[in-house]
Write a protein that binds this ligand. Sequence first.
Ligand code: PGA
Length: 247
Amino acid sequence: MDKKLYLIGNFKMNMNMASIKPYLEDLKKVADNTNNAVGICVPYVYLPYVSETLKDSKALYGVQNMHFKDSGAYTGEVSADMLLDFATKLVVIGHSERREYYNETDEAVNLKVKKCLEKGLTPIVCFGEKLEEREAGTYKELIERQVSAALEGIEEESIKDIIFAYEPVWAIGTGKTATSDEAEDAIYYAKSIISAKYGKQIKSIMLYGGSLKPSNANELLSKPSIDGGLIGGACLKMEDFESIIAN
Ligand code: PGA
C-alpha cells in the first residue's frame, strides 16, 4: 500500500507496567521501521514512563481523554498543560465509551477539541452511530451532527491538525466489523460534511475504528477515503498490531 497510514492503538483500561515494558521495546522497532505513523493512547498513569521510553522514537503517544479547562476544582481530571509536561501529542476525544458511560456531550467534545488545538495537541475526534441508528437508516444524520458539533467555531486552518475517527459503536469490541464499503461510505460522507463547511479544497484525516484486526485491515485500509485505523483490542498484542502496521 502506497499511502501513509495513521495506525493508532487505544489501550483503553488495559495493560500494566509489566506488560507495557516489553511492548514499548517492540513498538519502538516497529514504529521506526515503517513509513506509516504509528502511535498508542495509554492510561494517564503510564504517561511518564511512555514519554521517557519513546522520546527518541518515531512512535507517537497520547492519552484517551482530557479536560477542557486549564485548571481548577475538577477532581480526577487532567488538563492539557499536564499532558504537555510529558510531551504528549495525541488525545482521543469523544470516544463512544466516554459518550456512553461518562455522559460526554457534543458540547464537551467541541470544547476539548478547541483546547487541544489551542495547546498544540492533536485531538483524535471520534464519532459514529449505534446499532439502532444504523438499522433505522438515520446514521448519516448522527454522523453529521457529531462531526458538525465537534467543529463548531473551529477555523479552516486547524482542520489539518485534527485526526477524525469513524467508529460505529456496533463494531467496537464486538468482533463485528463494518464492511469496507460501509466504512468507506461513512468516512466519505463525513469528509464531505467537512468540505461542505470549509470548501472543497480542504483535506481531513479520517481513521476507521471498530474490531480492526490483521484479517480485515488490508481491505479496510486500502479504501480511498480511509487514512488509517484506531485500534483497540488488536493493539494490545504486539504481534497483531505489528501485522496491521506491516500490511
Ligand atoms: P476495538 O476498539 O478495536 O477493540 O473494536 C476500537 C476503539 O474503540 O477505538
